[in-house]
Write a protein that binds this ligand. Structure first.
Ligand code: BEZ
Length: 225
């Protein structure tokens, strides 16, 4: 079964994009990376998603995350569609977006990366490329994957939020609780002993009492990443 699981290394594929040919590992370099796929060019939901992604590009750049999109049409279509995306954002209708779009007209990458949705099909009966988000770490390993069907647009603010969590938890022995936002308290990970937690988190560890008597709900103010 093709596809990528957490911890897998990103395949080092070659692809045509709106910025020329790329080798994926060279594209990623030492950065974090986000690859997000789309069912088709010139479709309404995809246009709104890429518009939002373009608006948020400076936020991803601040976090050292390289962005790249994928859609199953060719480079010329991508460039022409980019004008619509910029116009949707009320920007100059230029062919330039702050990230490249991979041309996967033969769906080779979509198949390799497990992106096709057998339940949703285009007018010719072909399976649509689902809305996948892959976040890769600087080690090129998959840190997060999100999979939405073509008919449900993603929330790019949420993607930024999970990048903040991934980058914090990659370097600190914490986990982020439900609905966490940057600046909120975080949880001490269960494998860390109380004594060690006290040393690691000088701002304090606060444990919530629970009916079980087990002391596992341990909060600490968010450490600096
Ligand atoms: C869209 O991007 O609007 C879309 C694409 C394929 C199926 C449904 C919606």
């Amino acid at each position: 079964m093709p596809g990528l699981l957490l911890g897998d290394e990103a395949p080092n594929f070659e692809a045509d994009t709106t910025r020329g040919k790329i080798r994926f590992h060279d594209f990623l370099g030492e950065s974090w990376g986000i690859l997000f796929s789309h069912p088709r060019d010139f479709t309404p939901v995809c246009t709104t998603e890429l518009g939002r992604a373009a608006k948020l590009a400076p936020e991803f750049a601040k976090r050292n995350v390289k962005m790249i999109a994928l859609s199953i049409d060719n480079v010329n279509d991508h460039l022409s569609w980019s004008k619509d995306i910029n116009a949707y954002n009320n920007d100059e209708p230029s062919e330039k977006l702050p990230f490249p779009i991979i041309a996967d007209s033969k769906r080779e990458l979509a198949i390799k990366l497990g992106m096709l949705d057998p339940d949703e099909r285009d007018k010719d009966g072909m399976p649509l490329t689902a809305r996948v988000v892959f976040v890769f770490g600087p080690d090129k390993k998959l840190k997060l994957s999100i999979l939405y069907p073509a008919t449900t647009g993603r929330n790019f603010d949420e993607i930024l939020r999970v990048v903040d969590s991934l980058q914090l938890t990659a370097y600190k022995k914490v986990a982020t609780p439900v609905d966490w936002k940057p600046g909120d308290s975080v949880m001490v990970i269960p494998s860390l002993a109380d004594e060690e937690a006290k040393k690691l988190f000088p701002e304090g560890v606060f444990t919530k009492e629970l009916p079980s008597g087990k002391k596992y709900l341990r909060y600490t103010p968010q450490p600096n990443p």
